[in-house]
Structure formats: structure tokens, C-alpha cells
Ligand binder design. Structure first.
Ligand code: CO
Length: 135
């Protein structure tokens, strides 16, 4: 079902400090920040050989990331994303096993321009899990 871990997402107050940390201090490959007004976030990716880190910050006060930062003052790990081969069949299999998908279950286009869904943390050891289509 799961092909690999795509990325680990870290919520931050703003992108300047973490971009400086990863790009200028750790000398990592960091993408240009991109705004997603529909989701109320701005994010960029830090590429590693085996995984990516998604840095996400809120651009509206009612963004889900704003709520996360109220509970986690310094920011922190927000979700883990798995790449799956057939998103819809994985979704249906999980639902048939009683795992809840957030929202209506219809895949949205995520920050990596791939179809995504999120699983409710209650069913995933308290961790928000994003499933991303491999295509
Ligand atoms: Co993500």
C-alpha cells in the first residue's frame, strides 16, 4: 500500500528563520516558498536524498496551522506524508477498516501538486497522516 515516506511537515510561525537555517547554515536544497491561499498556508520543501521536509507557515489567522501554533508555540512536526500507488483504492481500503478520512474524502491537490487526503489522527496514533498519490 505505502511506497515510501514522501515528507515530514513542520509547522513554523514564518518561513524566514527555518529557510535560513536549512539553506544557509545546513546548506540544504530549499525550494522557493509558495503561497496556497485556499489552505491559508505558505510552504517550501527541503530536499534530502531519502526524504523531504515541508516547512509550512500560516498566512491567515484561521489557517489550521495557526491553530496548531497556538498549541505548539515553537512550531513542530505537523504531519507525515506517505506516497501511495493508488490513492483511491488505498482510501477505500482504509475506510473499510474503520479508518476515518478528514473531510469528504475527495482528494485535493496538495502543495506538491499531487492528489492528497488526510487521515484523522485519532485512528493513527495521534499523528496526522497525509497520503499522496505517486503520480
Ligand atoms: Co504535506
Amino acid at each position: 500500500m505505502i511506497l515510501k515516506i514522501s515528507h515530514i511537515a513542520i509547522a513554523v510561525k514564518d518561513l524566514n528563520q527555518p529557510v535560513n537555517f536549512y539553506k544557509n547554515i545546513l546548506k540544504c536544497d530549499v525550494t522557493k516558498p509558495h503561497k496556497y491561499p485556499n489552505h491559508g498556508i505558505e510552504c517550501c520543501f527541503v530536499h534530502f536524498q531519502n526524504i523531504n521536509i515541508e516547512l509550512m507557515s500560516p498566512i491567515t489567522p484561521n489557517s489550521p496551522i495557526s491553530f496548531f501554533l497556538k498549541k505548539n508555540y515553537y512550531g513542530g512536526i505537523h504531519h507525515i506524508c506517505f506516497t501511495v500507488e493508488n490513492l483511491l483504492s488505498v482510501r477505500d481500503k482504509l475506510i473499510s477498516k474503520g479508518i476515518e478520512v478528514i473531510g469528504d474524502g475527495v482528494p485535493q491537490i496538495g502543495s506538491r501538486d499531487k492528489k492528497i487526503i488526510f487521515l484523522r489522527p485519532k485512528f493513527c496514533q495521534g499523528t496526522l497522516i497525509e497520503l499522496e498519490s505517486d503520480k
